[in-house]
Design a protein around this ligand. Structure first.
Ligand SMILES: Nc1nc2c(ncn2[C@@H]2O[C@H](COP(=O)(O)OP(=O)(O)OP(=O)(O)O)[C@@H](O)[C@H]2O)c(=O)[nH]1
Ligand SMILES: [Mg+2]
Length: 265
């Protein structure tokens, strides 16, 4: 989808909304937020911004709590931790939405980068599979209206990758479907470098291999038993597996609030 078309859908929807729920990934809050969106919503009189820190099952509670506090104290933004798949924080988010809404009935626009879990949140709040979910970014194509309860209606939107999102952040957020990657080894290498910046040595520790940059995929392939004919390690298969593990949330690495990946919004 074209950027212009995307923003038109979002702006039109926000005009009709009481609350904008910006969904971010609990592992990398600083790189998920949209400055453009937040500015516009903050300037609106009838509409309030609420951040859902989703996938909070993948990080320690203290980490999410620290982000909630930081957003409140530094930016005066209300944020609620949630895990759509584990159904944690769902009642809380419902009650906060109603508090944030100026009307008794709340229209909620659910927005955010691809793969952050927008459709999953809608499903966990509605208690049924109303919105389609996939571990592939760009899954939701159009806008979809879902009635959550008598008082809450949500609008699911497609996620879109901002033009300015740096390459390394795209891989951290898994916004490019693995099947569309021309160079999965390059992508996995970029991810490894990012991981080592955030938590040195942690990726190697996770897989139980030596942290040797030149032998990374060879070591991974041997460890994962991905061997091609002739006994050679299948480095490409190892890279793809590492990317998959990351998208599934199996690699316990997340940004440190004290040295965020993005300083200025
Ligand atoms: N661990 C974990 N995974 C989650 C959570 N919420 C969503 N996911 C997973 O993240 C992936 C993306 O979820 P979706 O709900 O399709 O995300 P989306 O934001 O609607 O994605 P697009 O439609 O592509 O923009 C799926 O594999 C979900 O199972 C969560 O709270 N915890
Ligand atoms: Mg979706």
């Amino acid at each position: 989808m074209q950027m212009d078309r995307y923003w038109k859908i979002v702006w039109d929807m926000i005009e009709e909304s009481d609350v904008v729920l910006e969904v971010i990934d609990a592992r990398y809050p600083s790189i998920c937020r949209s400055n453009r969106l937040e500015k516009r919503v903050k300037a609106m009189e009838k509409c309030n911004l609420l951040i859902a820190i989703n996938k909070s099952d993948l990080v320690p509670k203290e980490h999410v709590d620290a982000w909630v506090k930081w957003l409140d104290e530094h930016e005066n933004i209300k944020a609620v931790p949630i895990s759509a798949t584990k159904r944690l924080g769902t009642s809380r988010i419902r009650s906060v939405i109603l508090k944030q809404s100026r009307r008794k009935k709340a229209n909620v626009a659910v927005v955010g980068l691809p793969n952050t879990g927008k459709s999953s949140i809608i499903n966990s709040l509605s208690g049924r599979k109303a919105a389609s979910v996939a571990p592939i970014s760009g899954h939701t194509k159009g806008q979809q209206k879902v009635n959550i309860s008598k008082s809450i209606t949500m609008f699911d939107t497609p996620g879109i990758i901002p033009v300015k999102l740096p390459e390394q952040h795209k891989h951290l957020l898994g916004v490019i479907p693995i099947t569309k990657l021309k160079d999965p080894i390059g992508a996995a290498y970029t991810l490894y470098i990012q991981f080592n910046k955030i938590a040195p040595g942690k990726l190697a520790e996770h897989y139980g291999i030596k942290d040797e940059v030149n032998l990374l995929f060879e070591n991974l392939a041997i460890k994962m038993n991905k061997i091609i004919k002739g006994g050679l390690p299948n480095e490409r298969a190892a890279a793809v597996q590492m990317l998959r593990d990351h998208i599934r949330g199996d690699i316990p690495i997340f940004e440190d609030i004290n040295s965020p990946l993005r300083m200025n919004k």
